[in-house]
Write a new protein. Structure first.
Length: 140
């Protein structure tokens, strides 16, 4: 049993050396291309040069790189969401302040082309309705 494992281990350890052998290419009389480890006797053959395996980092992304890229994307999206929520909060505060001004002050004026004009009750009610719609739509 030990002999079997020893022989198997020896063959496995020597197998890369066998695979690194030379390969010859030639064309026979019928025009068929052949590849073999031995050059044919009496025929012209060429030695096929196999490229060496690339040395260095693999070209495909590793699992840790993919996870790192995904984390960077997640962080970017979370930052964008936080900025949007902050802008929405500012908008909601301003909209509530404007609504309170519209509801509490019956005599409101607005600047139209450099001239101050007083809002009519109908205009004031339209703006109150519009402000309430915006708050209901965007602010919870």
């Amino acid at each position: 049993m030990r002999t079997f494992f020893f022989t198997a281990g020896l063959l496995i350890s020597l197998s890369p050396l066998c695979m690194a052998g030379q390969i010859y290419k030639w064309v026979d009389a019928q025009g068929v291309t052949h590849f073999d480890a031995q050059p044919p006797p009496g025929r012209e053959s060429t030695l096929v040069v196999t490229p060496a395996p690339p040395v260095g980092k693999p070209s495909t992304p590793t699992h840790s790189n993919v996870i790192g890229d995904q984390r960077a994307i997640d962080n970017k999206v979370k930052k964008q969401i936080a900025e949007q929520q902050a802008q929405l909060k500012v908008f909601c505060e301003q909209a509530r302040t404007n609504l309170a001004q519209l509801q509490n002050n019956p005599r409101l004026r607005e600047d139209v082309d450099g001239e101050m004009r007083r809002l009519t009750d109908q205009q004031r009610q339209e703006r109150i309705t519009e402000a309430q719609k915006q708050i209901a739509k965007n602010c919870q």
